[in-house]
Design a binder for this molecule. Structure first.
Ligand code: SAH
Length: 369
């Protein structure tokens, strides 16, 4: 008996994550007019359409064709959770291959910030970070990075997201190509609501990529997870420091500040008896005199929900009076300091807490296979 032939499913083209030029080229290649690409871009970013059927300025035959051969969304919204204390809202999304990622909206009086992920998990293994403890699966595509913004914006509705921070799960500069592409799309006309000036990329320090980003001409804001001014101490909590040293990163950062004319943000998670002593403070003051910057002091958010072991288990937040004194001395030295007060820790949505049980369980299952 002849074997039944099964047809290969048609791989659909994903349209989010394409630049306007790529969209136009796509339509021309499909035998359509170039301006359809512009219309699509407007529907995706101007109206935040989540289906081709909403795109009423496209003729019916074209919407049908798009439904057959193209995909619009790269993520599915699984659930949302809101912190009653702060209004912080956490989004859990699933991807085409059933990976789970999280994004967080942080509403503040003067701005609404969206924190997005760039990887499923994170390969960096920073000792103080829940995402690091859960392991690493894969990079997110440009569409998956952007879709966090599009889907959360649409769902949040009420008022517009004004700022985006690449501070969710993962290390953006280890997913450099896709991160850059997402930034290029945010830089486009129709996405101007989110100007690059209000986008911050946060890195643990991948020096050569900091230089590439500086040379990209995109001029986004750069935040550097500093956490200690001393190589050995930094390596203890951030293993990546053994590959790209603090010294190498600081050189790259100086270059970034010069090329982009931007002030750098140094993030500093305050850890008791670890990086909150007077020699830490003095070294930090010296650094601030050499680079246009501000310091973002972050109280350490507990990662106890991940049951850390070894050194990670010993980490504790600095006491409040130590943080206050540290901040005061920095300010007395004319250094701009912001304190990122914990928001959303009641729903494990605060800095470094992104990694919920479902995600880490699914990753550890993979590991043991
Ligand atoms: N990989 C990037 C972006 C993700 S982490 C980076 O390292 O910058 C975003 C910020 O949250 C970083 O400054 C990180 O150091 C900080 N962070 C991680 N875990 C934290 C925790 N438990 N408490 C407070 N901040 C944390």
């Amino acid at each position: 008996m002849e074997e039944e032939k099964t047809e290969e499913p048609v791989k659909k083209t994903l349209l989010k994550g394409l630049t306007p030029k790529e969209l136009k080229d796509f339509f021309v290649a499909a035998g359509e007019k170039k301006f359809r690409g512009e219309q699509l871009f407007e529907w995706i970013y101007g109206h935040m359409a989540q289906s081709f059927d909403e795109m009423t300025t496209l003729p019916t035959y074209l919407r049908k064709k798009l439904n057959n051969y193209c995909e619009l969304n790269s993520l599915k919204l699984v659930s949302t959770q809101t912190s009653h204390r702060s209004g912080t809202r956490k989004y859990l999304f699933s991807t085409y291959d059933n990976q789970l990622i999280e994004s967080v909206i942080i509403p503040e009086p003067k701005r609404i910030t969206l924190c997005i992920s760039t990887q499923v998990g994170c390969p960096l293994d920073c000792q103080f970070c829940a995402t690091g403890l859960m392991g690493y699966k894969r990079n997110l595509s440009p569409a998956e990075i952007i879709d966090q913004f599009l889907m959360a914006s649409k769902e949040f509705g009420k008022s517009k997201i004004s700022n985006i921070v690449y501070m969710g799960m993962g290390e953006p500069l280890l997913n450099y190509t896709n991160t850059l592409k997402s930034l290029q799309i945010f830089a486009e006309e129709k996405t101007r609501d989110i100007s690059l000036k209000r986008i911050t990329v946060s890195t643990a320090g991948i020096a050569p990529k900091i230089i590439e980003l500086a040379d990209s001409g995109l001029k986004v804001k750069l935040a550097f997870s500093l956490h200690s001014m001393f190589e050995e101490t930094r390596s203890k909590i951030m293993p990546i420091n053994k590959k790209y040293s603090l010294a190498e990163n600081l050189e790259a950062i100086k270059y970034y500040a010069k090329q982009t004319d931007n002030r750098i943000t140094f993030e500093y998670v305050m850890l008791k008896d670890f990086n909150d002593r007077s020699d830490d403070l003095n070294a930090l003051i010296k650094l601030c005199k050499s680079i246009p910057c501000k310091i973002n002091v972050i109280p350490f958010n507990s990662i106890a929900h991940m049951n850390p072991t070894g050194f990670a288990r010993e980490l504790e937040s600095s006491q409040k009076f130590v943080v206050d004194e540290f901040v005061k001395t920095l300010r007395d030295n004319n250094i701009t300091v912001t304190i990122r007060y914990t928001q959303g820790d009641d729903i494990a949505a605060a800095c470094g807490q992104l990694a919920n049980k479902t995600i880490s369980e699914s990753l550890s299952k993979e590991k043991t296979r």
